[in-house]
Ligand binder design. Structure first.
Ligand code: KG4
Ligand code: ZN
Length: 366
């Protein structure tokens, strides 16, 4: 394809889990339109995401969402320069819906198609202009320089990744059992809170005394930056089983949040020591909304003399802006996928295509 120009428009589609999302970005990173439809209400009766319901819901809503963002951006499919869709990892039904719609539009308009790894979407979001303080000026485009350390903390992911470049990601640590958001959700459920429990647990913790219960801090101080949360959840279950009044529940919530914050801070400090060239500590994923965790990570970053970068929450949780942006970054690096690219329910970051060393064309037209 010809070189990407700043005014080119890229459509992004996200349908890997329980958010149906579409967005249109200019290639300079300006967000022209974005829409996210949460399926929360459809899955809540089951206390978790039901894959079949998710796939059907994506199919029912994604085409209308695409029309909506096209209208918002004041354009039509013919006005697009490329289409980027999440092609994994995630629930296969939803991935097929998004990738197939993306390919359909690409074929109809003769456009390049980008099969985006959802995790790379999260990983590259902090480079979106305006996300990093000081990154709003055009000359500061892509102000957050590689490599940076990303803590991806959500219900589905719990990873510590050194982001070295487009398609170049080194996983330094991961969870040995539950994802951190999952631990929040399971503990919240034990405390009688609605699903998903993270935000409810944080609110309850605000009224509690974190010192009342002594809870484990799994892997704290251990080498590396892997995580483990199932022991913590079991400790919560054991305390709940003995019976708690309202103040006790708040104290336990506060203790849980303090234990998670301390553990994450310790793991992040280790990770930074493993990545001496990192330019920033980035925290993303739904759990990044937690103020206690942010404060703990800000302290770790400050000690290392680095900024803590946290994208706005709507860009931290699943969205399509990140997919369109990853598409733009990949196009600039000269990478696209053939139209027969099959969605991948499992797709580790280590298996991403990356530009050949030396031919990466990070060209920004004058
Ligand atoms: O990124 P996300 O929206 O979806 C994926 O899991 O991919 O993350 C959702 C997770 C849930 O587990 C939710 O409980 C958790 O993020 N979460 C929080 C908070 N807000 C959302 N956990 C702790 N504190 C919060 N304020
Ligand atoms: Zn995600």
């Amino acid at each position: 394809m010809r070189e990407l120009r700043d005014e080119d428009l890229v459509l992004g589609l996200e349908s890997s889990c329980d958010e149906t999302a579409a967005a249109i970005l200019r290639a300079d990173g300006t967000i022209l339109a974005e829409a996210v439809l949460s399926q929360l209400a459809e899955h809540t009766p089951y206390g978790g995401v039901v894959p079949e319901i998710a796939a059907r819901s994506h199919l029912a809503h994604l085409p209308a969402l695409v029309r909506r963002v096209l209208d918002q951006a004041g354009t039509t499919p013919a006005g697009l320069a490329a289409v980027a869709a999440t092609a994994g990892p995630g629930l296969i039904g939803g991935l097929i819906v998004g990738a197939t719609l993306g390919k359909g539009i690409a074929i109809a308009q003769g456009l390049p198609y980008l099969a985006i790894n959802h995790l790379e979407g999260h990983a590259l979001t902090p480079r979106l202009p305006g996300v990093h303080p000081g990154g709003v000026a055009p000359e500061a485009r892509g102000a957050l320089a590689f490599p940076y350390l990303l803590l991806l903390l959500s219900g589905g992911h719990c990873q510590c990744v050194l982001v070295e470049g487009v398609g170049r990601h080194r996983r330094l640590g991961t969870t040995l059992d539950d994802a951190v958001g999952e631990a929040f959700d399971k503990s919240a459920k034990l405390l009688g809170l609605p699903w998903p429990g993270g935000p409810h647990l944080e609110r309850l913790a605000g009224a509690g005394d974190a010192k009342r219960f002594s809870l484990p801090r799994p892997l704290y101080g251990r080498e590396g930056c892997d995580f483990s949360f199932s022991g913590l959840k079991t400790a919560v279950a054991n305390i709940v089983a003995k019976g708690l009044d309202d103040q006790g529940r708040a104290d336990l919530a506060a203790g849980f949040q303090a234990a998670v914050s301390a553990t994450l801070a310790n793991r992040a400090a280790h990770a930074l020591a493993m990545a001496p060239g990192a330019t920033a500590l980035v925290v993303s994923g739904g759990v990044a909304a937690n103020q206690g965790i942010r404060a703990a990570l800000a302290e770790v970053a400050a000690k290392a003399g680095l900024p803590l970068v946290a994208p706005p929450i709507r860009l931290c949780t699943d969205n399509a802006v990140m997919i369109a942006w990853a598409g733009i970054e990949r196009l600039r690096a000269g990478l696209t996928e053939p139209l027969d690219h099959a969605p991948r329910p499992r797709w580790p970051l280590a298996e991403l295509a990356a530009p050949e060393p030396g031919i990466c064309r990070h060209v920004h037209p004058a």
